[in-house]
Design a protein around this ligand. Structure first.
Ligand SMILES: [Zn+2]
Length: 105
């Protein structure tokens, strides 16, 4: 699995890796309970497995009580975008929590 992940990231980039993780269930398709912007403290990103640099922007995403994952802000935004795209394809939209939006940089 590890080698396949690496291949995916190099070949198709971050978005393809995140899409793959949505498909295989590593990342949930459900809207999170809570999303908290924070400054990174060296955690691993749940989407791309790279470290989130200390002081870098991260999103702490809580999908269930006591089930938190940290994502780079960019990975989080791609995840939101992919969930929206796939939910548009499969069913009526997944509700996203208040304040969660995709802003153009
Ligand atoms: Zn990441």
């Amino acid at each position: 699995m590890g080698r396949r992940d690496e291949d995916l990231r190099h070949r198709g980039g971050l978005r393809a890796a995140i899409r793959e993780r949505l498909t295989d269930g590593t990342l949930p398709q459900a809207a999170p309970l809570r999303v908290l912007p924070a400054h990174g403290a060296g955690e691993l990103c749940a989407a791309c497995d790279d470290f989130i640099a200390g002081g870098g922007m991260e999103m702490i995403v809580e999908w269930a009580a006591h089930r938190r994952r940290c994502l780079h802000r960019i990975c989080y935004e791609i995840w939101v975008d992919e969930v929206r795209t796939s939910s548009r394809r499969e069913r009526a939209g997944v509700p996203l929590p208040d304040g969660v939006s995709l802003e153009s940089p």
